[in-house]
Design a protein around this ligand. Structure first.
Ligand code: ATP
Length: 291
């Protein structure tokens, strides 16, 4: 059979809200998060061959290329669940910073699920792909849906939300590594400041930019900031340079600032670039990625 090939965009996500209402008796965390997909994206190319093996390559020097890569895991699980026999070559153009709180690995995995679903015309619904995706990582179900959504349960309950009003994001990633499992372990011993996710949801339903900005929040932020105070400094600088709000995404360390207009966002981008070496200017994802 001649090889089949597809390229799928895998956008980064930002947490407009991240809350952990409680921990389940098995130690897993109950999440309540509002996520949105942004323009900053990886591109995942999936090509079939007759080797009966999976090979993953990326242009990043920091990624595992074996079954520790979430894209590899996704391909393995999809082929097993659908009993399709094929060899695969997966090429990842990595633009999303790794281990940054931006969900790059989960988004690559979701892109592989969509690519294979499409290449082999399997016709699995988002709901089914999300269920299967949970075996890879708790952020994969959200990444299957993308756009703006409320994520709850252990990551498997996805409620799509209204499109956000026009806004620009300036992302600044400080040069520190954050271990998500370590931050989550500390969560059990730290009093949590819960964000007002209900008000944020109301702001999104009303298309109310100011309400969205004033009700963003991240329950993990204080824990990561205690380890890396430069995150707080970056947040403060984003506001000082002109953002309407600023927050850490995921367990960090990336911080994002929000502006309503492109001209203001470009000014902030230029100012913060003098202070932080890894900076991105992006918007809520515009082109439709669900395929
Ligand atoms: P998390 O909060 O789940 O740790 P993150 O958004 O902070 O995720 P990712 O870029 O997804 O960060 O990377 C998390 C870990 O997953 C890293 O240790 C990385 O080596 C590993 N990983 C495996 N596959 C990938 C992939 N395709 N892209 C990025 N990271 C990957």
């Amino acid at each position: 059979m001649s090889p089949l090939k597809i390229i799928v965009r895998a956008p980064a996500k930002l947490n407009l809200s991240l809350d952990t209402p409680f921990t389940h008796s098995d130690g897993s965390i109950e999440w309540r998060m509002v996520m949105t997909s942004i323009g900053l994206s990886d591109y995942v190319q999936v090509e079939t061959n007759d080797t009966n093996t999976i090979k993953v390559c990326s242009d990043s020097g920091f990624l595992p290329e074996d079954n520790r890569n979430l894209a590899y895991k996704a391909a393995q699980i999809f082929l097993k669940e659908t009993r399709i026999q094929t060899g695969l070559k997966i090429l990842i153009e990595k633009n999303i910073p790794v281990a940054a709180g931006l969900g790059g690995g989960s988004s690559d995995a979701a892109a592989v699920f969509k690519a294979l679903n499409n290449l082999f015309d399997v016709g699995l619904s988002f709901e089914t792909l999300a269920k299967v995706g949970l075996q890879v990582d708790s952020d994969v179900p959200y990444c299957i849906y993308g756009d703006t959504a409320l994520v709850s349960g252990r990551g498997e309950i996805i409620t799509p939300l209204n499109k956000l009003p026009k806004m620009w994001f300036i992302l600044a990633k400080p040069h520190v590594s954050v271990s998500t499992p370590r931050i989550l372990k500390k969560l059990a011993r730290t009093p949590v400041i819960h964000p007002n996710t209900d008000e944020l949801l109301r702001g999104i339903a009303d298309n109310d930019y100011s309400a969205i900005i004033s009700n963003m929040g991240n329950a993990l932020e204080a824990i990561t900031i205690a380890e890396h105070p430069q995150i707080l400094t970056l947040k403060q600088r984003l506001i000082k340079y002109g953002c309407d709000g600023s927050q850490m995404s995921g367990s960090g360390p990336t911080v994002f600032g929000v502006c309503r207009t492109e001209s203001r966002a470009r000014r902030v981008y230029n100012s913060i670039s003098g202070f932080c070496s890894e900076v991105y200017l992006t918007q809520v994802t515009s082109e439709k990625i669900n395929q």
